[in-house]
Design a binder for this molecule. Structure first.
Ligand SMILES: [Zn+2]
Ligand SMILES: [Zn+2]
Length: 240
């Protein structure tokens, strides 16, 4: 019966690339052109934060970027599916601000792919919380839309209400120091029993400076979390 219903749905709504509407074979899949336009992060990359190195660089089996080598990684490890650039922005902006929640399917699949080299021991998957005021206006937390299929694929429970976030005006184009100051103290743990002793995988759509991940980790560790990891769809890559 489910197979028949799926066939009817496919007939009425043939699968199309979510970004450009070109016909594809499976719902939620990108077409070849859009797939090729996105700058997916592959090896070589930093084993801790996933920072991508130029493809022709031979850095051995466990390369580390200077930030992580200095012990300043924002989390215990971070992975991102692709670089934040013109191509990924074409997906990110409508997803975050234009209600294109169906993009969550290919984005979350790409994020699961980005975790392929990690032996995951997390107890909880946690989308980066959105302030209630922002959730009310947008109608959805885009990080939660990505976290749900990831939690499902990893078979790990998702936690959406142990941590709350205060509303602060948008950070816009502020530099990293201003972003860090703006986010300081923004998170609070509402249910510490759910955090104490846990290893937590944070999920966000984009990692800009890492300030959000860093602040959330600080808050979670203060409530007794053991480890805090992160995965984002894309990340801003600056020269280091
Ligand atoms: Zn396309
Ligand atoms: Zn690194």
């Amino acid at each position: 019966m489910v197979g028949f219903v799926n066939k009817v749905i496919e007939f009425l709504f043939p699968p199309a690339c979510p970004l450009c509407d070109t016909p594809v074979s499976t719902h939620g899949q990108l077409c070849g052109t859009c797939w090729a336009a996105i700058n997916w992060i592959d090896n070589p990359k930093c084993i801790r934060c996933g920072y991508p190195f130029p493809a022709d660089l031979d850095l051995g089996s466990a390369p580390m970027c200077p930030v992580c080598a200095a012990g300043k990684c924002e989390l215990d490890w971070i992975r991102s599916a692709c670089v934040y650039d013109d191509a990924s922005r074409m997906a990110m902006l409508p997803f975050k601000h234009g209600g294109r929640i169906r993009y969550a399917r290919f984005m979350s699949h790409a994020m699961i792919w980005a975790l392929r080299d990690i032996d995951i021991d997390a107890d909880i998957v946690m989308p980066v919380p959105l302030a209630n005021r922002r959730l009310f206006h947008r109608g959805y937390n885009q990080a939660a839309l990505l976290a749900r299929p990831i939690a499902h694929a990893l078979n790990i429970p998702m936690d959406v209400d142990s941590v709350q976030r205060k509303y602060r005006p948008d950070m816009g184009h502020k530099n990293s120091r201003e972003r860090a100051a703006n986010i300081h103290g923004v998170f609070s743990v509402a249910k510490p029993d759910n955090i104490r002793g846990r290893r937590i995988l944070l999920v966000d759509d984009v990692m800009t400076t890492g300030a959000t991940f860093y602040e959330l980790r600080r808050t979670l560790l203060a409530s007794g979390a053991v480890s805090v990891y992160g995965v984002s769809f894309c990340r801003v890559v600056r020269a280091i």
